[in-house]
Design a protein around this ligand. Sequence first.
Ligand SMILES: Nc1ncnc2c1ncn2[C@@H]1O[C@H](COP(=O)(O)OP(=O)(O)O)[C@@H](O)[C@H]1O
Ligand SMILES: [Mg+2]
Length: 360
Amino acid sequence: MRVERIGFEGFRNLRAGEMIAQEGINVIYGDNAQGKTNLLEAIWLFTGSRSFRGARETSLVTAGQERARLELDFVAEGRQQNAALLIQKGRQAVLNGVKLRSGNQLAGHFRAIVFSPSHLTLVKDGPEERRRFLDGAIGQLWPKYTSLYQAYLRAVAQRNALLKDARFHTQLLDMLEVYDREIAHKGARLVDYRLRYLARLRPYAEEIYAGIAGGREEIGVAYDGLPDGSREEALMTALKLARKEDLASGATGVGPHRDDVALTVAGMDARQFASQGQQRSVVLALKLAEAAVLRDVAGEQPVALLDDVMSELDEKRQDYLLRHIRGWQVFLTGCDAAVVRRMNTGAVFRMEGGVLTKEG
Ligand SMILES: Nc1ncnc2c1ncn2[C@@H]1O[C@H](COP(=O)(O)OP(=O)(O)O)[C@@H](O)[C@H]1O
Ligand SMILES: [Mg+2]
């Protein structure tokens, strides 16, 4: 997977322009608030995912402008491809001249992983962030997963509506069974995907974490949901058991939409016990492991978008990271030009006030 060119117009603070990317490492450096992360965000949107900053479409468009237009020339599956994104209230996408139904449909065509300081929420926040990571990663790998998940969520929403109505119309209770069955069926398949994914991710996460942390302690990555065995039946039983509580709350309290990924460092909950540096290493290890799994399954190394990653790592960890990403195409942002010089490979760009300039 390789980006050849990204063009942008009306996107955040970026002045209309383009970046001709190189193979290997592309460094973008500059002071704070100049537009470096915005550029990575623009590239990221071509994965079909939403902004990694959780931004809505309207905040992606330059203040005072109507729409943003992004273009990407890239090489994937051994051929030259081209995609365009028009961002207005929603997103419209065109891939190789063909209009897609939505921006999400780009998923599986252009693949990337992104690490940014905002991803520390993956360790620090609640289960939702970890599910988002898992669902995003699996969706890029197997786009069918995303439609299955959406169908599952629709069934949950219907069950929730029924839970609320059934308080006043008890004859509706019989219908809950129908939704329980559907949720259990789809939910079990979702959990299968997630377990299969984690089984692939785990060995890489362990190896990479050991590399970053210098082998001092171990990372643990485990699915936190229903027990093994027949998952569909287990989920069916759990839904029945939760029914009383669900009727009271009007929401479905069990199922993959509530599951979690337990992250540990040296056997202890990373959220509570890991230091800031360890938490950062956990997230970085997960993101680099995500790239490894994408490479294994899709047969192509995804593009890596690494936002502000160097500044927080000491020299040994920086060296590990640089060795690890050798041969990948990487977009690496930072404030410090000195770090850039240490690498003496690839291209260097400077970002200033939304204007991107190539150096040397
Ligand atoms: N929709 C927008 N319109 C105009 N400017 C924006 C918009 N969204 C963000 N910005 C500006 O972009 C700048 C931040 O860019 P960012 O890429 O986060 O900087 P950094 O170089 O530190 O990574 C801020 O000055 C912010 O005000
Ligand atoms: Mg930034």
